[in-house]
Structure formats: structure tokens, C-alpha cells
Design a protein around this ligand. Structure first.
Ligand SMILES: [Zn+2]
Ligand SMILES: [Zn+2]
Length: 439
């Protein structure tokens, strides 16, 4: 009798377990995450799983499910949004959008979400307030609602940022700043945790949110536009190692330091970058270090959308075009800052920029000195958008090692010069040169 009762209860437990697994609705999974809000997930529960391409549902084979979650996958689509970042992640009908491209990409992002049948995103993540990361997010929010929204800041004085915040408010979503090492959530059977930024760098690019998304043994690291400072801090983390790395800052020379690449030790890397961009991204320096590191590299400018699907063990990669593109070819040759910004001096700037070793062009140099070889130059110097942010915001020039900003033609610009707007230069901590007096 006692034995029978035990058997019955075991059978019951098994049934419950099976039922639980089979009906493992995305809703339940979401609620186990540490969602910062009390948003009702009924909406997402109802809509999840509809019209998802390639989603195999929760599978019929209970045994397999119990062991490795076979039948459920994580799919990461790095969208070709030109000189910008946007990645759509999906697991079991649950979606997360990390960055949304430029404002001009709003329609594209909208269409992608509509085509995927997304009605609600588990999360919208804006790594930092720059236009090439948040510009298209308003479009995303027109296509789908969101349960949570994260950004590295909750305020910024740009028009793009206020559009983003307005779109969030319209959808009743509040924006929050996640805590590195603390904030995390599940979507589908994948897990997302914020690893950075690890301190306040006083710079929007360095302060980009860094998120690691894991499924089984496979993980993806999203890095926004971080530079060497954030990279150096992240490299210390025990859990920074990732299968796939979204290369920071579109392949800027001030990112993808050897120390960081060694710590992440990716098998695959993706550079989200626009062809013919005026910043020379990806730079020969970053490409050289990636080549040395030896991971399999993909580029959105050469290959269009890059889609990676994983079963938790292996990664399958699909590119929209140019499977065998020469991904190590540089865009430096096209390193021409916006000609309308400054009619003269650009050629000199490019030539100077192309010749910068930055302590990382060779494997030897990087092995010892990477991260300290570039004194105080901010990550965006030389790769910063020269596009004027507001009328009257003049273009000034900074050098690789100096702390001043200059007018075109200043004698202190002899060796290297990188254009940026005056407000950008000030934001990065540069002060006006006392010789050319740029104001
Ligand atoms: Zn940026
Ligand atoms: Zn960017």
C-alpha cells in the first residue's frame, strides 16, 4: 500500500513535470526573470509563439527537452542597418531587441518586427543614447510593445533620445538603467544578464550597456560602443568569455583591444558597420587584432544581415550575401570625414589616422601594452561622427594624445587630427587650444 502510494505520487510528479515542460509557456519563463516592473505579461503570453519563423515550439520529445532543451533555440539576427547597431534575438517566441539602428532605419526595424510577427518584445535595450543605436527604436515601438526598456541613461538632451523616450511613454513603458552584475532576465529559454558598464566613464560610448545572452553552452556578448577603458574592466570578469562577440564600436581602433579579445575568447565575431562610412570603420587596427585572435569574423557591410542560430551547443551562421567575403579588408582607405563639415584638412586627417599604431597594430605590441598605450584619447577620437549635431556646432579637431581641441590648420595638428563637433569634444573632456582659440 505504501509502495503503491509512493508509485502513484512519483507518477503524478512525473506527469506534472512533463506537463510543466510541455506547457512551458513563455509567460511563465518571463515571470521567473527579475523583471523590474509589474507589467502584465498576459499580452505576451497570448501572442507569443505566433508566426515565428524557425521556431520549433516546445517539442514533442519530453526526454530530450528534459536534458538539453532540444527543439528550442536561440536565434540572433544582426540587422544590416548600415553604420549602426541593431540585433533581434528570439527564443521560443520571445524577442529582445538590442539597439535599433539610425533614425533612418525606423521603417526597416518596424518591418522586421512585423514580418517576424512580434507583438511584444520582452525587452528593448538601448546600449547608449547615440543616434546610431537608438534612432530606429521609435519605429520598433510602433510595431510592437515592450515589457521592459533599458538604457545606460534615462536622460539625454538629443532629439533622438527624446523621441525614444516619448515612444516609450506612449506605450506606457518606463526606462530603467540596469545594474551590471545584478540585472538579468530570461526570455524563452535564453538568459540575459548585464555585465557592464562597471563604472561611470564619463563618456557615452564607454558607458554603453554590455549584455551577455546565454543559451546552453553558447553565449553572445553585446558591447555597444565601448572602448578600451570599459574593455579593460570587463576583461577582469570571470564570466566574460563568450562564444560570439558583437565587436564594440563598429570596429573602432580604440576598441577590440588584445586584452579584451583574449578574455572574451570568441569563436565568432560580428562587426555591425556601414560600407563607405566616413569614420573608417572597421579600422585596420581592430581588424588586425581580430585576425590575430583568430575567430571567424562576419560583417554586415559586406554580408548584410548575419543570423546565428544555436541549439545550445553549436552555432549555425547564415549571411544574406557574400559568404566568402574578405572580411579583413579595411574601410580606412575611405576614411574621409564628412567633406561638408570641413572642406580642408580632411586628407591630412585621414593620412594621419591611418598611420596610428595605437599600440595595438602588432600582436607583440598588444600583448604587453594594450590598454595603456593610448594615453587619454577617448574611444571616439578619430572615429567620432563629424556630423554636426546642431546648427552652429562647429567642427574641431583633436589629436591622438593631446587633451586640447583645435581649429583646422592649427600647428598643433601636425601629426594627427580627427574631426568632431565642438560639443562632442567638450563632452569627451577636451579643452580649447590656447593657440588657435576654437572657443
Ligand atoms: Zn556611440
Ligand atoms: Zn555606434
Amino acid at each position: 500500500m505504501r509502495f503503491l502510494r509512493q508509485t502513484v505520487s512519483i507518477a503524478l510528479a512525473c506527469l506534472l513535470l512533463l506537463f510543466g515542460l510541455a506547457s512551458c509557456s513563455p509567460k511563465e519563463r518571463t515571470e521567473t526573470g527579475s523583471a523590474p516592473y509589474g507589467y502584465g505579461s498576459a499580452e505576451s503570453g497570448a501572442s507569443a509563439g505566433q508566426g515565428i519563423k524557425g521556431n520549433q515550439g516546445s517539442g514533442e520529445d519530453g526526454n530530450d527537452l528534459a536534458t538539453e532543451g532540444v527543439g528550442s533555440k536561440l536565434r540572433v539576427r544582426f540587422l544590416d542597418v548600415g553604420q549602426a547597431d541593431a540585433a533581434l534575438l528570439e527564443s521560443e517566441g520571445h524577442f529582445v531587441l538590442i539597439d535599433g539602428g539610425n533614425r533612418a532605419d525606423s521603417q526597416l526595424v518596424y518591418t522586421v518586427l512585423k514580418n517576424e510577427g512580434v507583438t511584444v518584445l520582452d525587452a528593448v535595450i538601448a546600449t547608449h543614447p547615440d543616434e546610431d543605436h537608438i534612432g530606429g527604436l521609435a519605429g520598433a515601438l510602433k510595431a510592437a510593445g515592450a515589457q521592459r526598456a533599458y538604457c545606460s541613461k534615462t536622460s539625454s538632451d538629443t532629439k533622438t533620445f527624446s523621441n525614444f523616450v516619448a515612444a516609450l511613454e506612449e506605450s506606457g513603458i518606463s526606462l530603467s538603467v540596469p545594474q551590471a552584475g545584478k540585472t538579468s532576465f530570461d526570455f524563452g529559454s535564453a538568459h540575459l544578464e548585464f555585465l557592464g558598464p562597471l563604472q561611470d566613464y564619463g563618456d557615452e560610448n564607454e558607458g554603453s550597456l554590455v549584455a551577455k545572452v546565454s543559451y546552453g553552452e553558447v553565449s553572445f556578448l553585446f558591447t555597444g560602443d565601448i572602448g578600451q577603458k570599459s574593455e579593460a574592466d570587463l576583461a577582469q570578469l570571470a564570466n566574460i568569455e563568450s562564444t560570439v562577440l558583437k565587436i564594440p564600436h563598429h570596429g573602432s581602433r580604440y576598441s577590440s583591444t588584445y586584452r579584451f579579445l583574449r578574455a572574451v575568447d570568441p569563436q565568432y565575431a560580428v562587426i555591425s558597420v556601414g560600407s563607405d562610412n566616413s569614420y573608417g570603420h572597421p579600422t585596420s587596427e581592430a581588424l588586425g587584432r581580430l585576425k590575430d585572435q583568430g575567430c571567424k569574423l562576419y560583417r554586415t557591410d559586406l554580408q548584410g544581415d548575419v543570423t546565428m542560430t544555436t541549439d545550445g551547443k553549436t552555432v549555425a551562421v547564415d549571411v544574406a550575401r557574400n559568404q566568402s567575403a574578405d572580411v579583413y579588408q579595411q574601410n580606412d582607405q575611405r576614411d574621409e570625414p564628412d567633406p561638408s563639415a570641413s572642406p580642408s584638412g580632411n586628407a591630412a586627417g585621414s593620412a594621419g589616422a591611418a598611420g596610428i599604431g595605437a599600440g595595438g597594430a602588432g600582436p607583440g605590441a598588444g600583448a604587453s601594452g594594450e590598454g595603456t598605450a593610448m594615453p587619454t584619447a577617448p574611444p571616439s577620437a578619430g572615429s567620432s561622427p563629424p556630423a554636426a549635431q546642431s546648427p552652429g556646432d562647429e567642427i574641431v579637431y583633436v589629436t591622438d594624445t593631446g587633451e586640447k581641441y583645435h581649429l583646422d590648420g592649427c600647428r598643433y595638428l601636425a601629426k594627427s587630427q580627427h574631426p568632431m563637433t565642438r560639443s562632442d569634444a567638450q563632452r569627451h573632456g577636451y579643452t580649447p587650444c590656447s593657440v588657435c582659440r576654437p572657443g
